[in-house]
Design a protein. Structure first.
Length: 382
């Protein structure tokens, strides 16, 4: 399979020839990776990454307005203040030049499945309001936030369609809602204030025929059914270190969406415990030999991770992504006398023994232990 075909196979919940492989490796370790491999792209090519995460250069607000906001409000705006500033034009063609080049490099030249980063709602506005203020505004300024989110949803809808028209395979919406043990706000607030605007994006992407994925850190267990209802095809990272159980996903949700994740950067990668890293990678990959998973880091690999450990992790994943999907060859015990008696009574025993030796050399069968042979023959005589 080609990389893009492999990813689509998994998203469509079909068994691939191997588990797709990816990783958010370059953001904090770009210089170190380049020193070791020549470039981040060379690292991605070495491990045959199946996906590419693209970053369009299309801003939601103009640079001059962002500078003015920062100067006047210093990251503590109220929703009504933000509504005074117009959003940038999502149809400005100049903003998509770099995206078109990324699509050419990864999808056209390397055959990868490409997905584009897209702003959500809660996370996207934390920079304007401050996260603590934003959490308070969910209760204090609900009506104004509805208008802020509605306006953002329309901008993101147009942006997403433009990305799909350029050749992006999947729109990737980033919107962190989870804390370490649950949502940062109530599930009721999510359904009332967040769900309707994600539905606008998901419906638009699916009408166009694209795939849609969600990134949300932390524990989002209480609204997984809502994520399913929205129609997200992929969820990243389904964070085990925040209490999201991959066994629960496999049992309950694997037929509804695919997980992009499995290599936790909060508890697994980057702490010098190489045996633990290898064991965790194998544990996760062996859970999904048939479908359900595209193996990836849970977030950006942090700068305390050594190149040696990163290389070990991806050497391990590269091998196991292939190994776990291979059909296991069944071991058969070859008994020449039994075959002769039951299947081919007229075939000389020596001929059957020769056949058995050939089959053993090819690894199709294995010789039954000599002791067991003797015991069986003794039993037959009596």
């Amino acid at each position: 399979m080609l990389p893009r075909e492999r990813v689509i196979h998994v998203i469509n919940r079909r068994k691939p020839d191997r588990i797709p492989l990816y990783g958010w490796v370059g953001a904090n370790l770009g210089e170190e990776i380049s020193q070791a491999f020549g470039s981040v792209e060379a690292f991605e090519d070495r491990y045959e990454f199946d996906l590419a995460h693209l970053w369009p250069g299309v801003p939601c607000y103009s640079q001059s307005d962002c500078e003015r906001m920062q100067k006047e409000f210093q990251g503590a705006m109220k929703p009504r203040d933000l509504l005074e500033f117009p959003m940038a034009d999502p149809d400005d063609e100049d903003g998509y030049v770099s995206l078109a080049e990324q699509i050419r490099r990864h999808k056209v030249e390397r055959g990868r499945f490409v997905y584009a980063q897209t702003p959500g709602f809660f996370e996207a506005h934390n920079g304007f309001f401050g996260i603590e203020n934003h959490l308070a505004y969910l209760l204090m300024h609900e009506d104004d936030l509805h208008e802020v989110y509605r306006r953002q949803a329309e901008w993101t809808r147009r942006f997403a369609v433009n990305c799909l028209e350029l050749g992006v395979d999947m729109v990737h919406v980033s919107d962190d809602w989870g804390a370490q043990n649950g949502l940062m706000f109530s599930a009721e607030t999510w359904w009332r204030l967040i769900y309707p605007y994600h539905k606008t994006i998901c419906d638009a992407v699916r009408r166009w025929g694209g795939y849609v994925s969600l990134h949300s850190d932390g524990n989002n267990t209480s609204i997984l059914d809502g994520i399913v209802k929205l129609g997200y095809d992929v969820f990243h990272p389904h964070q085990e270190s925040a209490g999201m159980d991959l066994q629960v996903f496999r049992a309950k949700y694997m037929d509804r969406f695919t997980v992009l994740g499995g290599l936790d950067i909060q508890t697994t990668l980057g702490f010098g415990r190489t045996d633990f890293v290898k064991a965790e990678i194998e544990r996760v990959l062996r859970m999904f030999p048939d479908r359900g998973l595209m193996f990836c880091t849970s977030h950006f690999v942090q700068n305390h991770c050594s190149i040696k450990e990163l290389t070990l992790a991806y050497d391990t994943a590269y091998t196991l992504c292939r190994e776990v999907c291979r059909p296991r060859r069944e071991t058969v015990v070859f008994d020449a006398r039994a075959v002769r008696a039951r299947v081919a009574p007229k075939t000389p025993a020596r001929t059957l023994q020769k056949r058995g030796r050939r089959m053993r050399r090819r690894g199709i069968v294995t010789r039954e232990p000599a002791k067991a042979n003797r015991l069986r023959r003794a039993s037959a005589r009596h």
